[in-house]
Design a binder for this molecule. Structure first.
Ligand code: GYE
Length: 320
C-alpha cells in the first residue's frame, strides 16, 4: 500500500507541508470560451482582453472562434462539456436557440457565464451570470444625441437610415429598440430604411451603397449599430460624392479607435461607448463561481458618449 503524504504526516503537518510546497497547490482553472468571431474592432479588443486576463490569472483557456455561426458555438460548447472544463463562458451570437445545449452543460454540472451578449431562455438557472453592457441604453443614448442635434439645428425633418447589427443578436435587437424609443418623441425624425450590415465594415459599405442608390439625397442621418459598419458606410458615402459627417450626419456605437479617428477627420459625428474590456471581470467572476461563492446574475459596465468635438482630446486615452 502506498501512503499519501496526508496519511503519513498527519493532518496538521500535511497542511504546513502543503503551504510550503506550491507545487501541490490547486490545479489551474480551465475555462472553455466560445467567441462570436472577429467581425469588428470591438471584437478584436474583447478577445485580446479575455486572453490577456486569463493568461495573467494562470487560467487554462480553451478558446474557440465561431465565425458568427450559432452552430459552431453549439459544437464548441459540446466539446467543452466533453472535455470537462471547469467553466464555460461564451458570447452568444444570437439570443435564441440555446435551451438544449445549456441544459446539457447544466446536467454535466458545468457553470455557464455569458459575456457581452444575452440569451433568451425560459429557465434562468441555465447560466450563473451575464456580464455585459446595457444595449437598450446605448440605443437610447444614440437617439437622445440625435434629438439634441435636431433641436440645435432648426428642428427640421430628418430622414434616417439604420444599419442593424447581426440579425437576432442582442445588441442589434436592443440598440434598435432603445434608439426607436428615444426618437419617438420627435415625429420629424423618421427611419426610412433599416437593414442588417452584420456588424462588419464590408457589409456596412455594401448596404449603405444600396441605401444611397435608392434614397440618394433624401438621407440626412445614418444610425449604425457599430462603428465598423459606420466606417464602411463612410467609404460608400464618399464614393457617392457626399461628405460623411456633414451631408449625412453619422451616429454609431462602440467607441473604438477607428471611430475616434473618423471623428477627428470630421467624418463621424458621435460614438456611444460600449466597453469590450470584459476579461478581468470574467476572470474574477469565474474564480468566484469556482470557489462556490455567490455572484451577481447581471453585471454591467459604465460607459460614456463621445461626440466629435472631444475626439482629438480623447483619442490618446483610448485603450481599444
Ligand atoms: O458592438 C460590435 C460587435 O456584441 C457588443 O458586437 C457586441 C457587438 C459590438 O461586433 O462591434
Amino acid at each position: 500500500m502506498t501512503l499519501t503524504r496526508r496519511t503519513f504526516l498527519g493532518a496538521a503537518a500535511a497542511a504546513s507541508c502543503a503551504a510550503a510546497l506550491p507545487a501541490i497547490a490547486a490545479k489551474p482553472l480551465t475555462i472553455g470560451f466560445s467567441q462570436v468571431g472577429a467581425e469588428s474592432e470591438w471584437r478584436t479588443a474583447n478577445t485580446a482582453s479575455i486572453k490577456d486576463a486569463t493568461r495573467r490569472a494562470g487560467i487554462n483557456l480553451k478558446f474557440a472562434d465561431a465565425q458568427q455561426q450559432q452552430q459552431n458555438q453549439v459544437k464548441a460548447i459540446r466539446s467543452f462539456i466533453a472535455q470537462r472544463v471547469d467553466i464555460i463562458a461564451f458570447s452568444p451570437v444570437v439570443e435564441t436557440g440555446w435551451e438544449t445545449v445549456l441544459r446539457e452543460a447544466k446536467n454535466a454540472k458545468i457553470p455557464v457565464i455569458l459575456t457581452d451578449r444575452a440569451v433568451k431562455v425560459s429557465d434562468p438557472s441555465l447560466y450563473v451570470s451575464f456580464i455585459g453592457s446595457d444595449f437598450v441604453e446605448e440605443g437610447r443614448r444614440a437617439g437622445k444625441w440625435l434629438l439634441d442635434y435636431a433641436k440645435k439645428n432648426g428642428d427640421k425633418p430628418l430622414n434616417i437610415v439604420e444599419l442593424q447589427g447581426t440579425t437576432g443578436a442582442a445588441p442589434a435587437n436592443d440598440r434598435k429598440k432603445g434608439f426607436a424609443e428615444a426618437i419617438a418623441s420627435n415625429p420629424k425624425l423618421k427611419i426610412i430604411r433599416s437593414q442588417t450590415g452584420d456588424f462588419t465594415r464590408a457589409k456596412g459599405k455594401e448596404v449603405m451603397e444600396a441605401f444611397l442608390k435608392s434614397e440618394g439625397k433624401h438621407i440626412n442621418v445614418l444610425y449604425a449599430h457599430n462603428d465598423d459598419m459606420a466606417i464602411g458606410a463612410i467609404q460608400a458615402i464618399e464614393e457617392a460624392g457626399l461628405k460623411p459627417g456633414k451631408d449625412i450626419v453619422i451616429v454609431s456605437i462602440d467607441g473604438v479607435r477607428g471611430a475616434f479617428e473618423a471623428m477627428k477627420a470630421g467624418k463621424l459625428n458621435v460614438t456611444i461607448e460600449c466597453n469590450p474590456l470584459l476579461g478581468p471581470i470574467l476572470v474574477q467572476t469565474a474564480q468566484e463561481v469556482a470557489a462556490g461563492k455567490p455572484v451577481s446574475k447581471r453585471i454591467t459596465v459604465n460607459e460614456g458618449v463621445f461626440p466629435a468635438e472631444v475626439a482629438a482630446k480623447e483619442l490618446p486615452n483610448r485603450r481599444y
